[in-house]
Design a protein around this ligand. Structure first.
Ligand SMILES: C[S@@+](CC[C@H](N)C(=O)[O-])C[C@H]1O[C@@H](n2cnc3c(N)ncnc32)[C@H](O)[C@@H]1O
Length: 315
């Protein structure tokens, strides 16, 4: 039945390639064609906006660096929002099935359109899985290295989940401690639980310098100025209200000591976080794209980083 609504391509199979003028586009066809057309358009728009050098789409260099740069982890960190890659995978399979149905009817344009759509969603799934399993670890390793921790810091990770960033930070501490705050929501990360993060801390050999707290990041259970460094990755956007997200930034500023540093990565609202930090009087507020390794499906879901320093005295 699906193929009956989807056949287009050969008007007279052996002689012409006209799309039948009588043909009416169904919803599935429309989705397939939209997917085909939107990919290059969205990519072009995003590449114009993105200032990070990795986005200059040099396919050869990208593939080489993908193979060369990896990071060994002993823990098991699950998948961010696990239903998203499943949806991408199902859409890819669905379009692949439609391509086969079109092929059996000799509908050439239909086969091409559905194959492109299947590849498009497969690409989204591959990008998402790469980011959540490898890319974010590589990028955060670089960001933490750039922060030049002394090793003595008290670090706080807002929405630490299974510990991807928290434990990378803990590995850079020697005398300091890494504190993770979370509500352990499994819709935001698969297998999310305090026990899982504890196991990961043990697997990475940093359990002696990690503390986990079950708390809402809009109301942090810490005293003023307790932390030297605050990090957060893909967590604050989960708070749906603008007021709630603003409250997280305000709480982070409260528990950050004067002179302390903050680094927040997210794929939405980063400009707003930066604005709140600037208005609050933080210095050296800067944002940047984190490149293709941190795309959750494609360049339209690219993660950005905002960094800032809390001055000794806020005017
Ligand atoms: C996509 S996961 C990212 C986890 C981790 N930062 C990482 O990069 O692997 C988002 C995390 O935010 C947590 N979270 C969502 N809302 C929260 C809240 N109000 N307070 C604390 N944690 C929250 C979720 O439980 C989840 O662990």
């Amino acid at each position: 039945m699906v193929s009956a609504t989807f056949m287009f391509g050969l008007d007279q199979p052996s002689t012409s390639f006209w799309i039948n003028a009588e043909h009416r586009f169904g919803p599935v066809e429309t989705l397939a064609l939209t997917a085909c057309i939107s990919w290059p358009v969205l990519l072009a728009i995003r590449c114009r906006q993105e200032t990070h050098p990795h986005v200059g789409v040099d396919v050869g260099a990208t593939l080489t660096s993908m193979v060369e740069t990896s990071i060994v982890r002993q823990g098991d960190y699950g998948f961010d929002a696990p239903y998203v890659p499943v949806i991408f995978g199902l859409l890819s399979l669905g379009f692949l099935t439609l391509a086969v149905l079109n092929a059996t009817q000799g509908a050439v344009v239909g086969v091409i359109a559905t194959l492109i759509a299947a590849m498009w969603f497969f690409g989204c799934m591959a990008s998402y899985i790469y980011t959540t399993r490898t890319g974010k670890f590589v990028v955060w390793s670089q960001v933490l290295d750039e922060m030049n921790l002394t090793g003595q810091e008290q670090v706080l990770d807002l929405g630490c989940g299974r510990g991807a960033v928290l434990l990378l930070a803990a590995e850079r501490l020697d005398g300091g401690r890494a504190h993770g705050v979370d509500l352990w929501r499994s819709q935001d990360q698969s297998g999310n639980a305090v026990e899982t993060t504890t196991r990961n801390a043990e697997a990475e050999g940093v359990a002696d310098r990690v503390e986990l707290h079950t708390a809402d990041m809009t109301e942090l259970p810490f005293s003023d100025g307790q932390f030297d460094v605050i990090v957060s990755s893909l967590a604050i956007h989960n708070i749906t209200s603008k007021l709630g997200r603003q409250q997280v930034i305000n709480e982070a500023l409260r528990v950050l000591r004067p002179g302390g540093r903050l680094a927040i990565a997210d794929f939405r609202h980063v400009a707003r976080y930066a604005e709140t930090l600037s208005v609050a009087g933080l210095s050296d507020v800067r944002t940047r794209g984190l490149g293709w390794r941190f795309w959750y499906g494609g360049p339209w879901a690219a993660t950005r980083l905002v960094q800032a320093t809390k001055p000794d005295r806020i005017a």
